[in-house]
Write a protein that binds this ligand. Structure first.
Ligand code: GAP
Length: 457
C-alpha cells in the first residue's frame, strides 16, 4: 500500500461519518473537530477499554470525574500559571508564528531543543539561518514565552480579575487534589490509583495534523500513589502496561516505540513517551512519568492541608510518590484510525478499503443485510432490533450484497449477517467475517453468543 497521507485519513473520516470539521457550515473553526456517529462510537469504545484496563482490571484503582473549572490556586501550585508555556517566535517578514523548538527539530536532528534554553535556541536559529517554512526568510523575533492556559471569568463582571478561572490544561490536578478524599472514602491503602477521563484545553501555538494537536481534547490519565522506594518499580510497570494496552488494541508494533526523555521536568525522576508513527512522522502518543511527591507537596504548601498518608503497615507518615500514565483519547483514536486503514488488492482487478479495528473497538459489531429487500427486510429489521439489545448493529438494504459488504468493510464492521430464504426454511443466516471474507452458516439463535464471544477485550 502506498504511504498513507493525513489528508486521506481526514477525507475518509468525513466521508464515512467518523470526524467532521468543527462548525463546518460557518466555514469551520480552525483546529476544531466534531466526532460523527462512527467516530463517537469508536472513541467511546477506546474510553471503555481504557477504563476496563486501567480501572476495572487494575488493582486498587478508582475512577473520578472532577470539574473542568478548579480553584485558581490549583494552577499556581501545579506551576501552570508560571511555567506552562511554549517558546514563541514570529517571522518578521510574513508574521507566521512558530514554536522555536519545532523550527529547530524541523531543521536538524543533530541537536535536541529540549535541552536548550530560550537564548540558546534563538542563537541556534540565527546562527544557522533557519528559514521560515512559509516565506523562506530567516528573520525571527526574540523568543517570548506564551502561556497555554485558557482564561475565563466567573461572576457578572466580565474581566474582573477576582473572577479569573482557567479551563484545565490537564485532568491530572483533579486526581491530585482528590487524593485524600478518595483514600479516606474508599478506605484505600497506598499503593492505589486514581484515574479519570475528561476534557482539557490548551491554547496551542501550533495546533494541527488533524486531531493530533487541538485546543480542546480529551485525556485519559491515571495517577498511581505509592511509597518512595517502590516508585521506580511501578514506573517500569506502567510504562509496559501502557505499551501492552496499545498492542492489545491492535496497533502495529513496528509503529510503536519508547522514547525516554533526556531532559526531565524539574519534578520528574523518570519519564518516557510511547511514540506512534503517524502519517506525518513519529509523534508522542502516551506519557509515563515518575512525578515523585512534587504535586502533593505543592498542594500541601498552597492549600495548607496536610497531604500525608499514615501507613498502617508501619505507622509511618509520608507524602506518596506518583506514577502518572497519561494519554490523549483523541490522539489514540487518531492512531487507531491511521493504523486500521488498509487497501487490499483482491486479485481480480478490484480493491477494497478496510478499517481493520479489533472487534471490541469496531463502532458497529454487526451489520444485518437482507439479501432481497422485498422478501427479507421485515425479518432482517426485527433481527437488528433483537441483536441491538446486546451490541451495536447497523442495517443496510440498498445496493447489491457485494457493495454492501464493501461499505461495511470500509467502516470496520467485523461481522455481516445476511438474511435469505434459508433463514425462513432452515432458521439460519450467513455470517461473513470482515478480515477473511469467509462465510459460515449459523443458526439464528447462535448469533448472539457467537458475536459476544468475539467482541470481548
Ligand atoms: N498530566 C500530564 C500531561 O498532561 P502531556 O504530555 O502534556 O502530559 C498527555 O499530555 C497526553 O495528552 C499526550 O501524550 C497526548 O496524547 C495528549 N495531548 C496533549 N496535548 C494535546 C493536544 N493539544 N491535543 C491533543 N492531545 C494532546
Amino acid at each position: 500500500m502506498e504511504k498513507l497521507e493525513m489528508e486521506k485519513i481526514v477525507n475518509y473520516c468525513k466521508q464515512y461519518g467518523f470526524v467532521y470539521q468543527g462548525s463546518e457550515i460557518y466555514g469551520g473553526l480552525a483546529n476544531t473537530w466534531d466526532y460523527g456517529p462512527l467516530g463517537c462510537r469508536l472513541k467511546n469504545n477506546v474510553k471503555d477499554l481504557w477504563r476496563k484496563r486501567f480501572i476495572q482490571e487494575n488493582k486498587n484503582s478508582y475512577e473520578i470525574d472532577a470539574d473542568i473549572l478548579m480553584h485558581p490556586k490549583v494552577w499556581e501550585a501545579s506551576g501552570h500559571t508560571t511555567s506552562f508555556s511554549d517558546p514563541l517566535v514570529d517571522c518578521k517578514n510574513c508574521k507566521s508564528r512558530y514554536r522555536a523548538d519545532n523550527l529547530i527539530s524541523g531543521y536538524t536532528n543533530l541537536v535536541n531543543p529540549d535541552l536548550m534554553s530560550d537564548e540558546e535556541m534563538i542563537r541556534y536559529i540565527r546562527d544557522n539561518q533557519i528559514q521560515c517554512p512559509k516565506c523562506g526568510k530567516s528573520d525571527f523575533t526574540d523568543i517570548r514565552e506564551f502561556n497555554l492556559m485558557f482564561e475565563t471569568y466567573r461572576g457578572v463582571v466580565r474581566g474582573d480579575k477576582n473572577g479569573l478561572v482557567y479551563l484545565r490544561p490537564e485532568t491530572a490536578q483533579g486526581e491530585f487534589v482528590n487524593f485524600l478524599n478518595v483514600q479516606r472514602t474508599m478506605r484505600a491503602k497506598v499503593p492505589f490509583g486514581i484515574g479519570q477521563i475528561g476534557k482539557s484545553f490548551r491554547n496551542e501555538i501550533t495546533p494541527g495534523n488533524f486531531t493530533f494537536r487541538t485546543i480542546e481534547f480529551e485525556q485519559m490519565e491515571h495517577q498511581f500513589f505509592c511509597k518512595e522506594g517502590t516508585d521506580s518499580g511501578f514506573y517500569k510497570f506502567y510504562k509496559e502496561y501502557a505499551m501492552n494496552f496499545c498492542r492489545d488494541l491492535g496497533i502495529d508494533t513496528d509503529k510503536l516505540r519508547y522514547h525516554d526523555h533526556d531532559k526531565l521536568a524539574h519534578y520528574a525522576k523518570e519519564a518516557c513517551d510511547i511514540e506512534y508513527l503517524f502519517p506525518m512522522g513519529w509523534g508522542e502518543l502516551w506519557g509515563t512519568h515518575n512525578r515523585t511527591n512534587y504535586d502533593l507537596r505543592r498542594h500541601q504548601e498552597y492549600s495548607g492541608v496536610s497531604q500525608e498518608y499514615l501507613d498502617p503497615l508501619d505507622n509511618t507518615k509520608y507524602i506518596p510518590y506518583v506514577i502518572e500514565s497519561s494519554v490523549g483519547c483523541d490522539r489514540l483514536t487518531l492512531a487507531l484510525l491511521c493504523d486500521s486503514y488498509r487497501e487490499e488488492d483482491l486479485g481480480d482487478g478490484t480493491t477494497r478499503e478496510v478499517m481493520g479495528f479489533i472487534p471490541a473497538l469496531a463502532p458497529y459489531k454487526v451489520a444485518i443485510l437482507p439479501l432481497v429487500k422485498k422478501y427479507h427486510s421485515e425479518y432482517a429489521k426485527e433481527l437488528k432490533e433483537k441483536l441491538s439489545k446486546y451490541f451495536m448493529c447497523t442495517y443496510d438494504e440498498t445496493g447489491s450484497i457485494g457493495k454492501r459488504y464493501r461499505r461495511c468493510d470500509a467502516i470496520g464492521v467485523p461481522y455481516c449477517i445476511t438474511v435469505d430464504d434459508e433463514t425462513f426454511n432452515q432458521g439460519t443466516v450467513t455470517l461473513r467475517d470482515r478480515d477473511t471474507m469467509e462465510q459460515i452458516v449459523l443458526p439464528v439463535e447462535e448469533i448472539e453468543e457467537y458475536v459476544m464471544e468475539r467482541i470481548q477485550f
